[in-house]
Ligand binder design. Structure first.
Ligand code: AMP
Length: 284
């Protein structure tokens, strides 16, 4: 069932023992479906939101061409176990005159995707705050695919004592390893083929760590070499950081302490489409 207003959300919250929430920008795929299924398992009722949030797009980014299909989204969400699809009008989320933003400060907010998308995370943390205030779930579900986003939101929830559990779910991939993304529909056939190198680069690094400790800089070079072989793929960043808080890493241990797991992260332009991916390198 599609709902559009906050009154309806209040009724759902009032009647439900435990409520799970999956925020999305729509054009759902199996990655979103995995979050909805997890929410279904852990809660009495599940709300999925579909909202292409303008404040997280920069001036020259792809909000105009972001793919949309609410009928298909509704059918997919319901068949994955959603009870409600919250599909708000922009004025419901940002009433006229709204001018309050929530930002996470510190090193984590200035690295990786934040470098090439300066106000992106400010838009994300603000809209997630607004949506959480509206839905008031017990648990909210995010994908590891957007690793920096997931860590920022966990931090925000902790820092602001928000009464919600932030659950992070594994990346769902295509048959050849490409991480599912709503933006993959923009890829031409040749771009789609070459995009596979992002997963292969991450897998190269992971394989090297299996046998022995590795310098992070060496692994980054191996990954860049793999990606640079593909003429349609242009690197934005390739980095290795601590999975827990994205702090810098110099040596990736083959057998780390559990809190010292390393994460390789990539962002690249494939033609005109910017894709991101990441992989834990040394998880047991
Ligand atoms: P989006 O609609 O792209 O804003 O994504 C909504 C949620 O789905 C975010 O928490 C994403 O991290 C998550 N997500 C997107 N792609 C995947 C994927 N391939 N596997 C798992 N989760 C994903």
């Amino acid at each position: 069932m599609i709902i559009k207003c906050v009154e309806q959300l209040k009724n759902i919250r009032g009647e439900t023992a435990s409520l799970g929430f999956v925020p999305t920008m729509g054009y759902l795929h199996e990655g979103h479906v995995s979050l909805i299924k997890k929410a279904r398992q852990e809660n009495d009722q599940v709300v999925v939101s579909v909202f292409v949030n303008p404040t997280q797009f920069g001036p020259n980014e792809d909000i105009e061409t972001y793919p949309k299909n609410i009928e298909r989204d509704q059918a997919m969400a319901v068949s994955a176990g959603a009870d409600y699809v919250f599909y708000p009008h922009i004025s419901t989320i940002y009433p006229e005159g709204a001018s309050t933003y929530v930002t996470v400060e510190g090193p984590i907010a200035n690295i990786l995707c934040a470098k090439s998308r300066p106000d992106h995370f400010k838009g994300v943390t603000t809209v997630v705050n607004i949506l959480l205030n509206m839905v008031q779930p017990d648990r909210v579900y995010f994908g590891q695919k957007d690793a920096q986003q997931a860590i920022l939101i966990q931090k925000m929830a902790r820092d602001l004592h928000m009464p919600v559990d932030v659950v992070v779910c594994p990346i769902v991939r295509e048959y050849d390893g490409l991480a599912l993304s709503s933006r993959n529909v923009h890829l031409t056939r040749e771009e789609r083929k070459q995009a596979q190198c992002l997963y292969q680069a991450l897998q190269d690094a992971k394989n090297l760590v299996k046998s022995k400790d590795q310098k992070a800089a060496d692994l980054v070079q191996v990954m860049k070499n793999r990606i640079n072989h593909k003429p349609l793929v242009n690197i934005d960043y390739v980095e290795i950081r601590e999975a827990r808080d994205l702090s810098p890493v110099t040596v990736v241990k083959a057998h780390p302490d559990s809190h010292k797991v390393s994460l390789a992260l990539v962002a690249a332009w494939v033609g005109k489409t910017r894709l991101i991916d990441n992989m834990f390198l040394n998880e047991e």
